[in-house]
Structures are given as structure tokens and as C-alpha cells.
Unconditional design. Structure first.
Length: 127
């Protein structure tokens, strides 16, 4: 799940789609009804988490830097080297993540509404 009106977040989703060779990821904007259902089911208060949320069905969910690292590692190849960043203490990684998240609208801009996927990408988005 991602902030559907954030230009940085939308760019990150496009990056994931491009590198997700096994087509395992599905996406939902945090502002969507499906995200609300998924978050409520897991007891996640989205108003308290200013973050990407990666849900691994029936296993766990990840937020902030851990979610980004888990996604990156799953691409395989050279991307697996991202595992070295898990050695950085989570509070430090998340502080950097939070700093970028706090400034993402002023640095990258914001859309008035969530991205609407093209017909070919529609299957990758939950509705």
C-alpha cells in the first residue's frame, strides 16, 4: 500500500512494477477502500503510519525502511545486496525514511487524486 497522491510514491510503484519480474506484487493506494479493509484486518492505523506498507499474506506486514528493503531484495540479482542495509539499526533507517516521507510533497509534489492504472497494469492493483 502506498500514498496514492504522492509523486515520489507513484514513481516508486512504477519502479517496483518494472523490476517485479515474477509479478508477485499487487498495489493499493492507502486512500482506497481495499486498503482500509486490509489495514483494519491487521489492526494497522494508517493515520499513525506515514509509510509504504508491505503485506506478506498470512505472515507479516512491514513498514518504512524494512518494507522498502524487503521489496528491493525480492528483485534478486544485484538488488539482493540491499540486505547490507538491514545491518543499519532500524531506528536510523527509519529516521532517514521519515525525513524523506515528511518532505516528499514539497520535494516531489502531490497529485489531486490517486493514479489510475493503465489497462495493462490494472491487474496489479487491488480494487
Amino acid at each position: 500500500m502506498f500514498d496514492g497522491v504522492c509523486n515520489l510514491c507513484n514513481g516508486a510503484i512504477q519502479f517496483v512494477i518494472k523490476h517485479d519480474k515474477k509479478s508477485v506484487y499487487r498495489f493499493a493506494a492507502l486512500q482506497s477502500d481495499v486498503a482500509t479493509v486490509l489495514l483494519n484486518k491487521r489492526g494497522i492505523d494508517s493515520s499513525q503510519i506515514d509509510s509504504i506498507i508491505l503485506i506478506d499474506p498470512n505472515i507479516a506486514f512491514y513498514t518504512k525502511s524494512t518494507a522498502a528493503l524487503e521489496i528491493g531484495k525480492s528483485f534478486g540479482g544485484v538488488w539482493r545486496l540491499l540486505v547490507v542495509f538491514q545491518w543499519v539499526p532500524k531506528p536510523i533507517r527509519d529516521w532517514i525514511y521519515d525525513f524523506v516521507a515528511k518532505n516528499r510533497y514539497s520535494w516531489f509534489g502531490k497529485q489531486n487524486e490517486c493514479m489510475i492504472p493503465t489497462a495493462e497494469l490494472k491487474a496489479k492493483f487491488l480494487d
